[in-house]
Design a protein around this ligand. Structure first.
Ligand code: FNR
Length: 190
């Protein structure tokens, strides 16, 4: 069957390498996945003062997540952690209390950085957050990409075969994972 994947790009930068990576992953994904970006840039900074009268931008975020069969986070590491804009969006969607939009949603986590550890520390911290929010995550394979500009064009075509094969393999495994979690959810195992 066809699955709708909602994806988050954790960078607001116009030349974001993670946005380029998101384009590459979409091109390399199996055909039974369709992708919709879940935007984060127009969210105000969250506070629970908003809970009583949740603004439209927050409701749209929550319904976009809830309408997705699976979620994919493509994010940089900023100061060894989750970029503030992405963490803010996650805080919004986890609230108001009792309406956490991430519960049971299968998630994939990838990232690119200019440094050699390829967002490993950010991903580790994201895993704590997503686990707390009850979102099952694809554990393996992992994508810690030390970004080489020469391997990608701006449309997200991957020019290096081993990188392309690696990212394609990830997306195939991710599609299988989403299907397994949804089947388990439907059977009441999760
Ligand atoms: C960075 N960068 C960075 N890289 C890294 O590997 N680990 C880190 O902790 C950080 N910290 C960091 C903080 C801030 C505020 C910025 C702006 C940058 C460098 C980062 O990998 C590089 O800027 C990438 O281009 C970020 O990805 P996007 O935003 O282009 O997708």
């Amino acid at each position: 069957r066809q699955y709708n994947i909602g994806y988050f790009v954790g960078s607001l930068a116009t030349k974001s390498i993670n946005r380029t990576l998101s384009k590459a992953l979409i091109k390399l994904a199996p055909e039974n996945l369709s992708f919709t970006e879940i935007p984060i840039k127009d969210l105000p900074l969250y506070s629970y003062d908003y809970d009583e009268d949740f603004p439209a931008v927050g409701k749209e975020l929550k319904s976009a997540i809830e309408a997705s069969d699976g979620l994919l986070f493509i994010s940089p590491e900023y100061n060894r952690s989750i970029p503030g804009a992405l963490k803010n969006a996650i805080d919004w969607a986890s609230r108001p209390w009792g309406t956490n939009s991430f519960a049971g949603k299968p998630s994939g986590l990838v990232g690119a950085s200019m440094g050699a550890i390829g967002t490993a520390v950010m991903q580790s911290s994201m895993r704590s957050v997503l686990s707390f929010l009850d979102s099952p995550q694809l554990n393996s394979p992992e994508v810690y990409l030390a970004f080489n500009q020469e391997d990608f064009d701006v449309e997200g075509n991957v020019l290096n075969k081993s990188t392309s094969d690696f990212l394609k393999h990830y997306m195939g495994e991710y599609a299988g994972f989403v299907a397994r979690v949804l089947d388990a959810n439907a059977e009441g195992h999760i």
